[in-house]
Design a protein around this ligand. Sequence first.
Ligand code: GP9
Ligand code: MN
Length: 404
Amino acid sequence: IVIHLESFQQFLIDYKLQVDGKDYEVTPFINSIYHSNETLAFSNFFHQVKSGKTSDAETLMETSLFGLSTGSYMVNYGGTNTAYAAPSILAQTGDYTSAVFHGNTGSFWNRNNTYKQWGYNYFFDSSAFTEKTDENSFQYGLNDKYMFPDSIKYLEQMQQPFYVKYLTVSNHYPYTSLSGDEKEQGFPLAETKDETVNGYFATANYLDSAIKDFFDYLKETGLYDNSIIVMYGDHYGISDTRSSNLAELLGKNPETWSNYDKAMLQRVPYMIHIPGYTGGGISNTFGGEVDALPTLLHILGVDTSSYIQMGQDLLSPDNKQIVAFRTSGQYVTPQYTSYSGRLYNTQTGEEITNPDETTKKDNEAIRKAVATQLSMSDAVQTGDLLRFYTPNGLKPVDSSTISY
Ligand code: GP9
Ligand code: MN
């Protein structure tokens, strides 16, 4: 069960918003999952999306290929390209049935066509749920506290084992989806000069509570004990142009807010929650969304050695820990951060203005690795190259057998 946490940044984890001298924990339930020893959690996991936003995150997470440098891969190629995505791989290696639940119209980001190419058997979009009203929804669809309970009548009919994805929406810009929503719980607004920043915590808190309720349902029905639950944040919620307005809330000085701070804010949660497993913990390995699929498949015991995937297993000791942003020349490694034309020491946040020879050489090598990873991904995506290559043991999806 994969839960896509809309616009959810890593800094929300364990964050307490202070209003009128009182502390309000924003996402208590997600925090408890993050810290559980039944969870493999990552503290340096970065989103890698560009203008395809949510659709880029979906592409990265489920195919281990990047979105495009301009526009959305799902919109431009998703409906026609041959793909070996999570649902298709799991159907063929583990007999999984698959579905997506999302409270927006199915054609948004060309999902209805792309999901067929990815092998999703079912797609439950807004037409499958309670009618949207002004109170329970906003421009991006049905609010999370309606979508999750509404999905259950479908979920309980799914052939097991299943691979399902929930795309949440309530924590989406402009963070005002809760006005009129009866299930909102009065979480306070922040008090900065930026309305967008102010609303972000209340919608994140609402998402947290929707997920807690969903977990309660999973536990009641016993599905929980037989499932792995993955959660990830798709991309930033507060953009670089606004993020200095977060500085004070994060105990930083808005005057000295730097490109380094902006880069670090591109971290999003990635958690693999395995009920009954006790070897979890928080890994500081640096990685990104492109690494999620190989990591998950290896946990599930799938041999990915013949698959065309750009990511690396985050749990592998051989992981290179080079995180490419989709904007060229931008990257993060445990040592260096290159963002908006400036280079920083990742550990200290200090800018490197006069790099020595070793630093220059190191960064040239990183730049090359990043450029290669992106250009290989672009070649596959824009040339539809997977139509010429069938990984061992897999067949391409016949999307004509899927209808929604
Ligand atoms: C809409 C939702 C939002 O269906 O997934 O997409 P975004 O604006 O974040 O790309
Ligand atoms: Mn999104």
